[in-house]
Every structure is written in structure tokens, then in C-alpha cells.
Design a protein around this ligand. Structure first.
Ligand code: SF4
Length: 498
């Protein structure tokens, strides 16, 4: 039996927004290839759909002497945009794709990616994940050089900045690596890029490594020693579904070139004043799919360790541990393992309700038809429970969940949050509400517990989160390792520059 919460989909979904997912694929061997590159990209984007659901796009090239790209992009989910026929019409030997949430620019069709331009040096397609720290300055520079911009998107800005001949250095025609390096000199945060020219793709990560990017090798399904192509992706979670193996992350500051012959490092740019890397720690907490690999470790394992650290820091007597599905589940398992308090499911999440286009009428809304969760009452009745969630943003979603659990018979509900309190905005590609809207800036733990109707509430500490991320990292002793925690601590990797 389940009871249902009165929280609306709109309330639940107004959480942190991911920014974007990027993907690229080059077929190996002689061209034209038999590998269905556009289908691979489509599946790759499907695996990155959690990073952006507003729009999607693919640009394809046939390579060699072809100067025109085939492009399809638009608003909506990958499955809505790319029918079988649409994918077949995108034949080619290499291509890049993008899934998008809007951050700096609006969500209009004109901002869909990849951005494609036909420059004096040939066609160029660019897909971007991140948000430029110094976008205003770069925009003024591009405009001052006589180039018009048709959108407010950072991605168009990057594309135009790459095509411009720098006034201060000699770049010989279509020397794209030199142009990319020059762009990286101008702006160090925050971007992971896939850039396609006629016969190669560049994967580029900003010098701080703020946003993720990794490389995979695509193998033949009939001869597992035979290589079929190379892919570059925001996350590795889709690699198995396209027959690819994770090779490694693109290094912070690295430009990597993918061609039909393989991949190679073009250059690696350092950080100003030898500052540490600043990979977004919230990728581990919230954004990434748990089956992705970052920095040589699976995201799921880090979330499990967050639960272990949380248990060490803020244990309370209880009969069961549970989670808000699915975001807090890995941490809840970690908490349960550490404390020997059994993990029991108490909430059912309706996976379909967020995808409906039906807007409930006022009458149905009053009846609470738009439901996201149901309580598994038999598991809840008479129980003292610890409920784990991965984060609390505005604090307006937990109250209805707790009420739902109490209505189902829970005697105590203790909230444990598997990340530290969110107190600052991001400016690096994640839509975090204003500081005033972040509940951790307005209430202490006890005030918040009272506000949402919990018996107690505690967050994971910043040190606990850092330990969960770093403890099992293969190269954890490297001086290079570093993570952005700006939304938790207010310590930004660089000064904002307008
Ligand atoms: S401020 Fe937070 S969300 Fe933004 S990059 Fe840093 S850790 Fe990630």
C-alpha cells in the first residue's frame, strides 16, 4: 500500500540544474566507414540525457574534402528529436553532439548546440559544457573586433573567438590547435569542449578541469580486439551501451585530438600561479550518473563513502535507514553498512510523472494528482527512521515527504544529508538559486528540522565529503588533485571577472 505526497512535480523539479552533456565520435580505419557513427552519438547523448533535457543536437562530417556538415538540433529530448530516419539522414565518419540545460543564455531554439560556423578556415562545430567565468570580457573583445553575436550563449562566443585571428600572435590559417590554445589563454574557466573540423575532433578541458570529459575506445562487437572508433564524452556511463571502453579522463588543460588513426595529446596548459585543480565536487554528489567514472573511481563508490562518513559524523538511534529515491540511495547503503541499521525502502518514486505534458487542472491540482512519491506504508509504520538525501537546496521538497512518512505511521524521521550545506552560487555552469533562496543561509540545522517537521537534521561536513572523494582515488597523493567546493565554502578557483 502506498500513500502519496502532495508535493507537485513543479516543486520537486525546481532543484539544481545540471548544465550540459557533450559527446564526439570518430570512426577508425578507411572512410566511408561501416560504423554507424550517428547512431553511436545518439546513444551517447541518450546516456547523457540527465545532464540536459531542454534541447539536443548532432553535427556530422564525412571528413576529407567535404566542407559541409549535416546538422540536426532542436528543443526536446534526444528520443523526440532523433527518429530512426533522422539518424539515418545524418550519415558521416565523425560527429559531435550535445544535450543542454540553459545557464547563461535562455532556453530558446537559437541557443541549441552544436554551434556550426563556416569560417575562412573551413567549417567548425562546437559543443560546450560549462560557463565562462569571464564571458563579459570575452564578449566585449569579440564585438570590438567587428564580429556580431546572435545569442547570449557562451558557446557561440567560444566558436567566434576560435575563428577570430588573434591580433597579437601569428596563427597560420586553419591551425585549430593554436586557436584553441589562444582561447585557453584568454579564459581558464569553465569549459569542456568537443570541437569538430572536417576530419578530426578536439576534446578540450579547461586548465582547472572544472567540468568532466573522458575518452573511450570503441571496439568491434564481433572481433573484440578490433577497434572501430574513438569517443569523447562528458561521462563514461554510456560507453558500455555503444561497445566502448573507458580509457581515461581528458586531463585538466589538455587538448586531445581524435582522428581515424587514434588519439593524441596536442598540449596541456597549466594553471595560473600553480593553483590546484578544481573539478566540480558536486559532480560526485549530485550531477553524474552513479555508473560513471571520474578520476579513476566510480561515482557510486564515492556516494557510498559519503554515507559512511555521514554515519560516523551524525549517527542517531533508529530502526531503519532509507533514502529519497534515487538520489540518496547509494549514501543510504553506505550509512546502513557502517551502522548495521538495516536499509529499507520507504518511498516509491513515480518515474513517469515528470515526463507528462498534461498540466493538471486547478481542480485536479487541489486533489493532489501531480504526485512524485508514494510511501510504502508497511515498511514505515511504527518505525524510527533515518532518511538520507543527497542535498537540500531550497528546503521545500523535504517537508511534504516527511509528512507523507508520518501519515504512513513513522514514529521518528531523522534527516541526514550526504553533502554539506549549499550556501553560495556557482557561476561555472550550474544553476544554483540565489543565496537568499538557499535554505542553509536562512536557517540553522535545528531551525530547518523544525521547519520541515523532522526530529533532527544533520549535513555531511566539507572535510567528510573531501575524504569520501579522495580516500580511494588512485593518485590521491598527487599535489595536482583539487576540487571546487565554492558553493559550499565560498572559495572560488578564480576571481570572477566581468
Ligand atoms: S560551485 Fe559547486 S556546483 Fe559549481 S563548480 Fe564548484 S562545486 Fe560544482
Amino acid at each position: 500500500m502506498t500513500l502519496q505526497s502532495s508535493m507537485s512535480v513543479e516543486e520537486y523539479d525546481r532543484q539544481l540544474r545540471h548544465e550540459c552533456g557533450v559527446f564526439g565520435c570518430v570512426a577508425s580505419g578507411p572512410w566511408p566507414t561501416n560504423t554507424d557513427v550517428s547512431q553511436v552519438i545518439c546513444l551517447g547523448l541518450l546516456a547523457l540525457q540527465h545532464r540536459g533535457q531542454e534541447s539536443a543536437g548532432i553535427a556530422m562530417s564525412e571528413g576529407d574534402n567535404h566542407t559541409q556538415f549535416k546538422v540536426k538540433k532542436g528543443m526536446g529530448l534526444v528520443t523526440n528529436l532523433f527518429s530512426d530516419d533522422a539518424v539515418k539522414n545524418l550519415k558521416g565518419n565523425l560527429g559531435i553532439g550535445h544535450t543542454r540545460y540553459s545557464t547563461s543564455a535562455g532556453s530558446e531554439e537559437v541557443n541549441c548546440q552544436p554551434f556550426v560556423v563556416h569560417s575562412a578556415h573551413g567549417a567548425l562545430a562546437v559543443a560546450h559544457n560549462g560557463e565562462l567565468f569571464n564571458a563579459g570580457r570575452l564578449r566585449r573583445m569579440v564585438l570590438a573586433r567587428g564580429v556580431g553575436l546572435s545569442t547570449h550563449s557562451d558557446s557561440e562566443l567560444i566558436t567566434q573567438a576560435l575563428c577570430l585571428n588573434p591580433p597579437d600572435i601569428e596563427i597560420d590559417g586553419p591551425d585549430w590547435p593554436a586557436r584553441i590554445r589562444h582561447f585557453m589563454e584568454l579564459t581558464k574557466l569553465s569549459y569542456s569542449l568537443v570541437i569538430m573540423e572536417k576530419d578530426r575532433i578536439f576534446g578540450v578541458r579547461d586548465p582547472y578541469g572544472n567540468r568532466p570529459l573522458c575518452i573511450g575506445r570503441m571496439m568491434s562487437l564481433t572481433d573484440t580486439d578490433k577497434e572501430e572508433g574513438w569517443v569523447v564524452s562528458s561521462e563514461s556511463c554510456g560507453f558500455l551501451s555503444i561497445g566502448a571502453r573507458y580509457i581515461r579522463d581528458v586531463y585538466p588543460g589538455e587538448i586531445v585530438e581524435l582522428t581515424r588513426d587514434g588519439f593524441q595529446t596536442i598540449s596541456i596548459m597549466g594553471r595560473p600561479h600553480n593553483r590546484p585543480q578544481a573539478f566540480c565536487i558536486f559532480e560526485y554528489v549530485y550531477f553524474a550518473r552513479p555508473d560513471s567514472i571520474y578520476e579513476g573511481q566510480m561515482v557510486y563508490s564515492v556516494r557510498l563513502r559519503c554515507g559512511i562518513m555521514l554515519a560516523r559524523e551524525s549517527l542517531v538511534e533508529a530502526d531503519i535507514v532509507s533514502s529519497v529515491p534515487e538520489s540518496g540511495t547509494a549514501a543510504a547503503h553506505g550509512f546502513s553498512t557502517e551502522t548495521n541499521i538495516p536499509f529499507v525502502e520507504v518511498l516509491y518514486k513515480n518515474r513517469y510523472i515528470g515526463r507528462t505534458f498534461i498540466q493538471p487542472s486547478a481542480r485536479l491540482r487541489k486533489l493532489g494528482v501531480a504526485k512524485k512519491f508514494g510511501a510504502i506504508a508497511e515498511n514505515v509504520a511504527g518505525k524510527r527512521m533515518i532518511l538520507i538525501d543527497d542535498s537540500i537546496v531550497r528546503g521545500n521538497t523535504m517537508g511534504p515527504i516527511i509528512k507523507l512518512l508520518r501519515d504512513a505511521g513513522a514514529t521518528e524521521v531523522h534527516i541526514r544529508v550526504a553533502s554539506p550545506p549549499l550556501k553560495f552560487t556557482c557561476n561555472m555552469g550550474i544553476n544554483i538559486p540565489t543565496r537568499d533562496e538557499l535554505i542553509a543561509n536562512r536557517m540553522t540545522n535545528d531551525q530547518l528540522a523544525k521547519h520541515i517537521g523532522a526530529d533532527s537534521l544533520a549535513y555531511l561536513s566539507v572535510e567528510g565529503l573531501r575524504a569520501a572523494v579522495i580516500d580511494k582515488m588512485p593518485n590521491k597523493n598527487s599535489k595536482e588533485i583539487g576540487h571546487c567546493t565554492a558553493c559550499l565554502t565560498g572559495e572560488y578557483p578564480e576571481e570572477l571577472s566581468f
